[in-house]
Design a protein around this ligand. Structure first.
Ligand code: UD1
Ligand code: CA
Length: 449
């Protein structure tokens, strides 16, 4: 029978070194809160239960966790050992293994956590920890090994001798324990009644004293072991995750001209031969087709782009652009826009909640809000859809092949029939029948088109 597993995420630490109003573990790293990575890592092992140790002052953390983990309150933050000891009642009669994850170890990959458990089971260890050799071990717990290379203890920076400080194998903050071995060790350390800081890392010697084995799995990619304690490490974590995602997309056939400056969220897909320039942000649930060109300064959030879409320094938020659309420079497309194939959106144009038919053009500094436009419509320079009357928003409908002259204003709600022409500077306050030419303020028909 498989040995049962429960997981615990330590997320109650304070945010002192972050100097933040927001709990540290909720700070976003490359598009999602740090805590999300730990939750995903725990979930990857399908434990029978996930606990999260949370602090009294961060209800936001408990709210974020929702039903994904059972919150365990740590009233005083007395260290990682004390945090795990909050689980003693739950662990007392539990015969399986416990996975411990630090919520700020957000670069550890799920496959590494899986490998750690595998190694733990194979070795029949009482404690298995994840380690890595790093260039600058400062601030991390150092792994002290005996003559045979066996793990003897972990020493924290503050307690390390000069010689121990030179050790560059560090503790990543991911462990598998035989739950009963850990319980005994914690009890022997009297962590539960702690008054001063108690380190989880202190459990190795008592576990060995009980006759348990301690092992370490060294992860080859040392970027996985970064712990985020301050804003500098937060920036590093952000960069590292972006780099990983960029590399994934590169393998998928995407070109990045300046990959170091690109941000790619966790739920972004990009088609082959799409080219992404520098200083681009791709976020939310975003899907992009093949052969797109995303020029520098563009932001795409929760949007769907077809094939062959070109963006020039533009923002596309919660919207869809079908094949061969283009936008910008400096277009702002937001609020559920839906652009059919080949729609052109030009310089300094804002579209909000607009549905635009195939081949239509909104060329220069216009605002189109709450509107449905047919196909082959031309929206002249500086047109404004006045959708707000001071209290409510209203919608405009514009038929196929309508020509809106430069600087015309549509005072919503109005409907413009197919093939109508609106003269430059007209202010349209009433519906315009199909194939009618209107001019003036307020706009009046002058002839049939
Ligand atoms: C810890 C380890 C260190 C390791 C490093 C890896 C200890 C004593 N030290 O140091 O060996 O190299 O992580 O990044 O474990 N937390 C609580 N309650 C507390 C204190 C902390 O829940 O009372 C949580 C924090 O939210 C955090 C995690 O435990 O997610 C680690 O705590 P932190 O203070 O960041 O430990 P480090 O000093 O980084
Ligand atoms: Ca830390």
């Amino acid at each position: 029978m498989a040995i049962p597993l429960v997981a615990v995420i330590l997320a109650a630490g304070d945010s002192t070194r972050m100097n933040s109003k927001t709990p540290k573990v909720l700070h976003p790293v490359a598009g999602q809160p740090m805590l999300e990575y730990a939750l995903a890592n725990a979930e990857a092992l399908s434990p029978s239960k996930i606990y999260a140790v949370v602090g009294a002052h961060s209800p936001e953390v408990t709210a974020y966790i929702g039903k994904r983990a059972a919150p365990i309150l740590q009233k005083k933050r007395l260290g990682t050992g004390h945090a795990v000891a909050q689980l003693l009642p739950q662990l007392k009669s539990f015969k399986g293994n416990l996975l411990v994850l630090y919520a700020d170890a957000c670069l550890v990959r799920p496959q590494t956590v899986l490998a750690l458990r595998q190694f733990h089971l194979l070795q029949g260890a009482a404690a298995t920890l994840l380690t890595a050799r790093v260039e600058s071990p400062f601030g991390y717990g150092r792994i002290v090994r005996g003559k045979e290379g066996e793990v003897e203890k972990i020493v924290e920076e503050s307690h390390a001798t000069d010689e121990e400080r030179r050790i560059n194998e560090i503790n990543a903050g991911v462990y598998c324990f035989k739950a009963q071995a850990l319980v005994q060790a914690l009890v022997s350390l009297k962590v539960a009644q702690a008054r001063e800081e108690f380190y989880l890392t202190g459990v190795i010697p008592p576990i060995l004293a009980q006759g348990g084995k301690a092992h370490a799995l060294m992860v080859p990619d040392r970027t996985e072991v970064l712990g985020v304690n301050n804003r500098n490490q937060l920036a590093q974590a952000h960069r590292l995750w972006n780099r990983r995602r960029v590399e994934d997309h590169q393998r998928g056939g995407v070109t990045f001209l300046n990959p170091k400056t690109v941000e790619v969220g966790p739920r972004v897909t990009i088609g082959r031969d799409t080219v992404i320039e520098g200083n681009v942000k791709l976020a939310g649930t975003t899907e992009m087709g093949e052969d797109c060109r995303i020029e520098s300064g563009s932001v795409i959030h929760s949007s769907r782009l077809g094939n062959g879409v070109t963006l020039r320094s533009s923002r596309i938020l919660d919207s869809r652009m079908a094949d061969d659309c283009d936008a910008g420079p400096f277009a702002h497309v937001r609020g559920g826009c839906d652009l059919a194939k080949g729609v052109h959106v030009g310089t300094n144009t804002e579209l909000k909640h607009a549905r635009i038919g195939e081949g239509s053009k909104v060329g220069h500094f216009s605002y189109v809000g709450d509107a449905v436009l047919g196909r082959d419509v031309n929206v002249g320079a500086g047109c404004v859809f006045a959708n707000y009357d001071g209290k409510n928003k209203h919608e405009c409908r514009v038929g196929d092949k309508v020509f809106l002259g430069s600087n015309s204003t549509l005072v919503a709600p109005v409907t413009i029939g197919n093939g109508a022409v609106i003269g430059a500077g007209a202010v349209v306050t009433r519906d315009v029948p199909a194939k009618t030419v209107v001019v003036g303020v307020p706009a009046r028909p002058v002839k049939k088109n």
